[in-house]
Design a binder for this molecule. Structure first.
Ligand SMILES: [Zn+2]
Length: 360
């Protein structure tokens, strides 16, 4: 009998951590921290695991690696880009962006998740198949997405609940701010940052001003990590990395990390420009309570315009129709969406129980 246990990441926004037990193998999928301060997964009862597989390198999926000793310091499996960005290339085993691997006797298939550099979904050949999407997206202008194979059980990215706005809507909402021409956008360099730099460069035909962290990320994406990109995108990303000016004054489109302005250049700039009218400040992703982003949006000095980095309800529905699972576990989203998920994904059984048996 095989079993899946959501150690963390189901029922509310929280760090990703899932335990899969199949035969003698005990595998941990992701070991994240956050996104809110102090949100560590409780791995106390997990015991020794045989391997730790990472879907991608974002903090809420890979930020709790310091807890690895508590689960027996298992060998780490992730794509080369993820290991590299985490500084774990020496100790880890490389999973392909697309292809098959064997981890502790379990066949693992991976495909690109359309969400982050080196990011993949994981399909485990256990029973009638277990698909763990981690975070994924089908709308990214730059990150490639590979449709996953059929699986009896799917743990999918329910971050957006029943939200259904498209990335074209995001573009339309951002356009007026882009056109007004003095906007600071704090962004994650390994997520939406390169997407927004690409989007602005293609829509306006001029380059944004970028921070050093975003430039370094773009350089990697356009070279060693170009396997994560959609065809034809690398050339423009390389040009942005090479030619985009650094951020000097409150003029133009200004992209830099961190996404919630809690650290890095975005923190410095937000502090410096907070009391003047320009530039506008726009946050585009989730920000925790108590961060500068939270405070500035609350004080109406900054605004929030979502940039889709996760699947809409209809994207998840397309995934469910293609993968044809019997059981769906929506992860990373709030439990209040359970009824909407259940309606959308029927006849599949939709559950946010902590522990489920994997069908044979
Ligand atoms: Zn992510």
């Amino acid at each position: 009998m095989a079993r899946l246990t959501a150690i963390s990441g189901v029922g509310a926004k929280g760090p990703a951590c899932f335990l899969v037990e199949a035969g003698a193998a005990r595998l941990l999928l992701d070991l994240g921290y956050g996104p809110n301060p102090g949100q560590w997964p409780d791995v106390e009862g997990v015991g020794r695991v045989d391997a730790l597989l990472l879907s991608h390198g974002h903090r809420d999926h890979a930020g709790a690696l310091k807890l690895a000793p508590q689960v027996g310091n298992p060998p780490l499996f992730a794509t080369a880009a993820v290991l590299d960005r985490l500084g774990r290339s020496a100790g880890g085993t490389v999973l392909p962006l697309q292809g098959n691997s064997e981890v502790c006797g379990v066949r693992v298939r991976t495909g690109r998740n359309g969400h982050a550099p080196g990011g993949v979904w994981l399909h485990l050949d256990i029973g009638d198949g277990l698909l763990y999407t981690g975070d994924y997206g089908v709308e990214s202008p730059i990150y490639a997405y590979d449709p996953p194979p059929p699986a009896g059980t799917v743990v999918l990215d329910g971050s957006y609940g029943d939200y259904s706005g498209s990335i074209e809507d995001c573009v339309a909402h951002l356009a007026p701010a882009f056109d007004r021409g003095a906007v600071l956008l704090p962004v994650p360099p390994d997520g939406r940052g390169p997407e927004l730099a690409y989007q602005f460069s293609t829509s306006h035909g001029i380059l944004p001003c970028i921070g050093a962290d975003l430039r370094a990320s773009l350089e990697r994406l356009a070279s060693a990590e170009r396997g994560s990109l959609r065809p034809g995108v690398a050339t423009l990303l390389a040009r942005i990395a090479r030619d985009a000016p650094p951020i000097a004054e409150p003029r133009g489109i200004l992209l830099t990390g961190r996404a919630d302005a809690s650290d890095g250049e975005a923190a410095d700039l937000a502090t410096r420009w907070e009391r003047q009218a320009a530039p506008e400040i726009v946050f585009t992703g989730y920000f925790p309570f108590g961060t500068p982003a939270h405070r500035l949006v609350g004080a109406r000095r900054a605004s929030y315009i979502r940039w889709n980095a996760h699947p809409r309800l209809e994207d998840n529905l397309s995934l469910v129709r293609a993968v044809e699972p019997r059981t769906v576990m929506p992860a990373f989203g709030d439990a209040r969406h359970l009824a909407a998920w259940s309606r959308a994904f029927a006849p599949a059984r939709v559950t946010i129980e902590r522990e489920i048996t994997l069908s044979a």
